[in-house]
Design a protein around this ligand. Sequence first.
Ligand SMILES: *Cc1c(COP(=O)(O)O)cnc(C)c1O
Length: 243
Amino acid sequence: MRAHPDPQSTRSGRRDELAANLAAVQARIAAACSSAGRSADEVTLIAVTKTFPASDVRILADLGQLDVGENRDAEAASKAADLAAAGIDVRWHFIGQLQRNKCRSVVGYADLVHSVDRTRLVTALARVVPGPEARQDVLIQVSLDDDEDRGGVPVGRLEELVSSVLEQEVLRLRGLMAVAPLGVDPDRAFGTLAERAAWLRSVVPDAGIVSAGMTADLEQAIAHGATHVRVGGGLLGRRATLG
Ligand SMILES: *Cc1c(COP(=O)(O)O)cnc(C)c1O
């Protein structure tokens, strides 16, 4: 009787599982793009690896999945250090609610911060960016039901927050992010987001990113113009803990 599974076969089992999930999610994205009359290369898949080990990020990177999302600084920083030490270059997306005292750490590894939702955070981020040659790419997170508990600026205060990001030379505003609110039709929520994204592009042409859609609603998000979808469960499997 074997007490522990053979690590090698376990690893290749996980690789097969991630490869199959990745192919399935890519097929969903391709089908959604085709229904929306969009090209599949307009949509970037971000693998949300929160609660899963760095070894999963390595496997995904090896499978060609190089955009990775995390929602907690401590966990993200440790995985980013692990991948860097292994010489594996992935793009880190910080997608969680961000506290001001975590900004310095997050700026150290995040290629794109999706969750800027208040002026005090804008100031805190700008203060820790080393200089204008290292501008930090950011998205503004919009709350689509004006329930700020899950993060996001209410739509009515978006313009004001856009102005405050644009005042910071070291931040580069690249677009908007949102999570479809619970109990609201994602089509309606993403429709509102699309309308705000069009407005933003008209003011800041470089801010064309629309980060929307998760495992359950990526089709609706793509129909409404998402350029980045953030998929956790559909790729990695069920999370042991809420994250
Ligand atoms: C966890 C998380 C996701 C991924 O959610 P799934 O339902 O697992 O695909 C996407 N966006 C944010 C902000 C998250 O926290």
